[in-house]
Design a binder for this molecule. Structure first.
Ligand code: C5P
Length: 245
């Protein structure tokens, strides 16, 4: 049976937050940083997975106490997100058929339901899968002065979220090809599409927020509280009866 790996790029500086430290280390709920919440959610869904965590070489904030996984390794981040993920792929002792889920550290609200659905789709589609959300708003094309110049048709448009999941061999080939061709990709699916393979879009929840701007921290706290109160989001503590694969 193929092994499941989790690659978590967490080497970004998060400059759009304007904070005194990278956004993954800002406190969220229970005085735990964003990074600890994201890893806890991943662990509850995949307690036996192997984690590869990409951290900046000069990271002075990380604490291994925030990692619940028994089997994990740290790798150095690169200049861009895709470089961090490639560093992880090069450091992993994975088989070509192993499943690799890549999840941004800045998405701590991802639910167990979405994680398991994405894993299932990534395992059953040869070109892999990604969580995504159909575009709901009217889309505008702006010029440099922020004048609304045109309305873009939104049919067929989706927001790409994470995790995105692929067989290890395909993902490594896709990202190595992107690097050789000096194409900067902002997600894994773009690199796979460039090979002529088409990943499956898995409709995810709207509350899988990527913390980017200062307002997003309070929003993430509110989302987590609502998830705990009302639906399939799981409490943030790690439960011994956690669902395995
Ligand atoms: O900045 P942004 O939110 O788009 O980054 C997406 C993810 O990629 C974050 O989890 C961030 O920590 C990570 N990243 C990385 N290495 C970089 C840049 C971003 O691991 N060089």
């Amino acid at each position: 049976m193929s092994q499941t790996w989790l690659v978590v790029p967490a080497a970004g500086q998060g400059r759009r937050m304007g904070a005194d430290k990278p956004k993954q280390y800002l406190p969220l709920a229970d005085e735990q940083p964003v990074l600890a919440h994201t890893l806890a959610r991943l662990y509850i869904a995949f307690p036996t997975a192997r984690l590869v965590l990409c951290l900046d070489v000069d990271d002075g904030w990380f604490s291994p106490h925030w990692v619940p996984f028994a089997d994990w390794q740290r790798v150095s981040g690169g200049n861009e997100r895709m470089d961090s993920v490639l560093n992880a792929l090069h450091a992993m002792a994975a088989e070509n058929d192993d499943i690799v889920l890549v999840h941004d550290v800045a998405r701590p609200c991802v639910t167990q339901g979405d994680l398991l659905a994405l894993h299932q789709a990534a395992s059953s589609h040869a070109a892999g899968a990604l969580l995504a959300m159909p575009v709901a708003d009217t889309m505008k094309r702006a010029d440099a002065q922020c004048l609304s110049k045109q309305t873009e048709p939104r049919e067929g448009l989706w927001h790409a979220l994470t995790p995105q999941g692929f067989r290890f061999g395909l993902l490594r080939r896709a990202l190595e090809t992107a690097r050789q061709q000096q194409t900067m990709v902002t997600d894994e699916a773009s690199a796979v599409e460039a090979l002529g393979e088409y990943p499956q879009l898995v409709r995810g929840r709207r509350d899988n927020l990527k913390i980017t701007h200062p307002d997003d921290l309070a929003l993430a706290v509110a989302i987590m509280a609502a998830q705990e109160a009302h639906d399939s989001g799981r409490p943030l503590t790690i439960e011994p009866q956690a669902t395995g694969l």
